[in-house]
Design a protein around this ligand. Structure first.
Ligand code: NAD
Length: 471
């Protein structure tokens, strides 16, 4: 790696984290993190970290994203706490060995497998849900018995500082560490040899992480972004449809990885939907949306202008919204209609409060529309027609699919969360997280009992007695 303004590789900088990783590796090899009671204690400490410092966490979220408290209580508190409690309740069951029934050839053997930790893992987080998306993978890493380094995003600096301060105060310092900084810090960490890398962020940087990991054959889980489509048909309850889509699109002001990115529907559905949206936005946020305490802000100027560019350059019509204020990093939730599918807003992830609507004539056309594009992280279908539901489930591909709501699929710890294709690989939440941060190791234990007279035993060793048997 070459740093800016220099053609000389600074080896000292490059291997800044060598000692940290070596120390963690040494700890892992002592077997400390493999003890289930130790893991349970650390998970309970993670719960304490959260409950004893919630006000600080909420403050940091407010400073970084002006995240509304009510929203933070659901997305950054309830989801995470629920996942950690679920892991605590089930860890002993997940960590147990599974015995495998033996056959005649193994009559005196013991065979089993058990999920074993990878070792020392790296977790790189994004800024949009900075606590949940650092601590939920950490919960899975701890549950599985790993040592871990977390690298939170530099774009939510207040949250990153709180994470860096609290982790060593609550979790075992010899097992879990935090490294703060931006892409350069992440690159330095990627120079080290990890046993597993868990990355959450954009598809573009996901490819950088995957290439770096490939150099040392390090397994990865990539939780990436993309465009999550919504199909609405004329059998849907339009008021509830609009309520649910707007709630999900406006949460964190559109900066949610599984936010509905765009809608595809007929012209008739589009008209009814817009009609409902006017009233719902007023019900949710009052007549002056900018003054509402329940809407977050865009994370920084770069993202503010990136999103505004879509408004300036897309040829559709603004049906609702359209206001912005640079000083406050505020963009009003905006619905664009008559958007051409070839526009950039229909190929790049919006990650902001703009909702374009493209027209399609039928469910089949919508399925074709979705299948011709990169596989999304989430797919949403609003319909009362069970045949339409079946068609979407059967003929589309996405990380997850939710019928008649948005985001809700991620609230169940028993369901896997992850992408497919451009939206990522691997999954977590609940037991899926435990399994992602570990691997099933096969164990066979044979005895020295005397089985020389058994046919199966005789057949195994040369001279082979089965040469004449026809298969
Ligand atoms: P990002 O990819 O820019 O940054 C994520 C992390 O990668 C940060 O910690 C950052 O410091 C690091 N990073 C940035 N450049 C790097 C580089 N060149 N080399 C190594 N590391 C680098 O993503 P973001 O802007 O923080 O988050 C937004 C994106 O993340 C969106 O695409 C969103 O959909 C996606 N996302 C996905 C999920 C999911 O669960 N699938 C969740 C949240 C966000």
């Amino acid at each position: 790696m070459v740093y800016a303004n220099s053609h000389v590789i600074d080896m000292e900088k490059l291997r800044r984290h060598e000692q940290t990783v070596e120390d963690l590796r040494d700890t892992f090899l002592t077997g400390k993190t493999r003890d289930v009671e130790f893991r349970l204690k650390q998970l309970k400490n993670l719960l304490r970290l959260y409950s004893e410092n919630w006000d600080r966490i909420a403050d940091a979220l407010c400073q970084d994203l002006r995240k509304p408290l009510g929203e933070a209580k659901i997305m950054e508190h309830a989801f995470l706490i629920g996942d950690v409690k679920y892991a605590i309740k089930n860890l002993k069951k997940w960590a147990k060995s599974t015995a495998i029934p033996t056959c005649l050839a193994n009559v005196s053997d013991n065979a089993w497998y058990r999920y074993e930790p990878f070792g020392t893992v790296l977790i790189i987080g994004p800024w949009n849900y900075p606590f949940m998306l650092a601590f939920m993978p950490l919960c899975a890493a701890i549950a599985a018995g790993n040592c871990a380094v977390i690298k939170p995003s530099e774009l939510s600096p207040n949250s990153a500082a709180v994470i860096a301060d609290l982790v060593p105060k609550y979790l075992d310092r010899s097992c879990y560490k935090v490294v703060t900084g931006g892409p350069e810090a992440a690159q330095e960490l990627l120079e080290e040899k990890w046993d597993f890398i868990f990355y959450t962020g954009s598809t573009t940087i996901g490819k950088v992480i995957y290439s770096a990991a490939a150099k040392s054959l390090t397994p990865v889980c990539l939780e990436l972004g993309g465009k999550s489509p919504v199909y609405v048909d004329n059998t849907a309850d339009m008021k509830k449809t609009a309520q649910r889509i707007l709630w999900a699109k406006c949460a964190n002001l559109g900066q949610t990885c599984i936010a509905p990115d765009y809608i595809i529907c007929t012209k008739e559905v589009e008209d009814n939907f817009i009609q409902e949206c006017r009233q719902i936005l007023r019900d949710y946020y009052g007549t002056n949306l900018k003054a509402s305490k329940d809407l977050a802000r865009i994370v920084n100027k770069r993202h503010f202008y990136r999103i505004l560019k879509y408004l300036a350059e897309t040829k559709g019509t603004i049906a609702l919204g359209g206001e912005n204020d640079e000083r406050e990093l505020w963009i009003e939730p905006t619905i664009l209609v008559g958007v051409d599918p070839t526009e950039p807003i229909m190929s790049e992830e919006i990650f902001g409060p703009i909702l374009p609507i493209c027209r399609v004539g039928s469910a089949d056309e919508a399925i074709n529309f979705i299948n011709r594009r990169p596989r999304p992280l989430a797919l949403y279908v609003f319909t009362n027609d069970s045949n339409t539901t079946k068609k979407f489930v059967k003929f589309t591909h996405s990380g997850s699919i939710c019928v008649n709501d948005c985001l809700y699929q991620s609230s169940l710890h028993q369901l896997p969360f992850g992408g497919v294709g451009d939206s990522g690989m691997g999954q977590y939440h609940g037991q899926f997280g435990f399994q992602t941060f570990s691997r099933p190791r096969a164990v066979m234990e044979r005895s020295f009992s005397n089985f020389e007279n058994m046919t199966a035993y005789k057949l195994r060793h040369p001279p082979y007695l089965n040469s004449h048997i026809k298969l």
